[in-house]
Design a protein around this ligand. Sequence first.
Ligand code: GDP
Length: 410
Amino acid sequence: MAGEGRLRKTRNFGVVAHIDAGKTTFTERVLYYTGRTHKIGEVHEGTAVMDWMAEEQERGITITSAATTCEWQGHTLNIIDTPGHVDFTIEVERSLRVLDGVIAVFCAVGGVEPQSETVWHQADRYRVPKIAFINKMDRIGADFKAVLVQMKERLGANPLPLTIPWGAEDNFRGVIDLISMEALVWEDEELGATYVRQPIPEEMAEDAAQAREALLEAVAEIDDAIMELYLGEEEIPSKDIKAAIRKACCGLKLVPVFAGSALRNKGVQPVLDAVVDYLPSPLDVPPVEGTDPGNGELERRQADDGAPLSALAFKVQMDQGRKLVYVRVYSGTLKAGAEVYNVAKGVNEKVARILRMHANKRERLDAAKAGEIVGVMGLKNTSTGDTLATKDRPIMLEPIDTYEPVISVA
Ligand code: GDP
């Protein structure tokens, strides 16, 4: 299969939240931490990045770009924007159609609020795997455990904490990583502060041991090999625990949960690690389905650069006076300068330019391959929901509102 290595290192996900839970703050931190990896060694690094963030915000690009590409741990992360407001339910559904996983941000005080409930159930309907970030642990009234209970009761979810908070409110110090069994402490609250690993403090020893036990039990439940080690009271390797969690997360059996405070720059990096560790790659989700418009037959296409082209336009934006169409390529390769066939409209279109949208720059590409999410210029007739293919191998991808993939990880 062409492009397998790259596909394994791709994650297409969105951030969903009830308004005010901290989605914007969280996303900005993500862009900051991921952007920072390219800038290490620069003088006045922090200021430079802060500046572009302020600038981009003024122009509204960071927030309104329908998809933003960044890098973390050698992986390419495409963050697909999902509207935060419940009025945009259809738009949320559209974005859920093109992403493979979700980070749900909850407020540690407000908990599971009505809008998060709506989006959560939509994501369930599309069988999208999720991880959860319980934000605002620094606020008065923050209650991590209460949110876990609400996730079970209101969302029917099976939340599994992988970090738990050390302290809360003004005393929110950091988190306990239940896989490495260490405390992660952000020594200052400056943007960009990285954490240090410390032994678990005495005051957290009991909570940590209990939460670790719950984690091992949950993982043993879903993995026979781990169950054997667990029952034999043997050491369970972290990589096996992670592999089991990945399988269960992608299979919608559990939701890894993380604690933190985006505003205070604590707890965000472990969530980025979790995107890489637990959310599916385009190869972990089922092949995209569509019909051959010629004979109406069902066709499935694998994420494979060498397969016939199938791509979906999921958002159209005006960009500095020009039409920019956001596209997810499911299979094959979309080439700049080439013609593509808009199956819905029955016309050929010229791909004038392909852009990968980063938070602080846009990069021109010669081609967009399977699993990639890009902005395309030149598609005069394309609107949201249209399929792009080649004229000799046309396919009409499932209409956005009926698509219900089944996710399985080998
Ligand atoms: P959104 O509506 O979900 O995008 O939420 P925002 O990111 O705009 O955050 C809403 C408000 O909550 C803003 O005033 C943020 O500064 C604040 N906020 C976000 N994260 C935190 C946090 O971790 N702790 C506290 N105390 N406030 C936060």
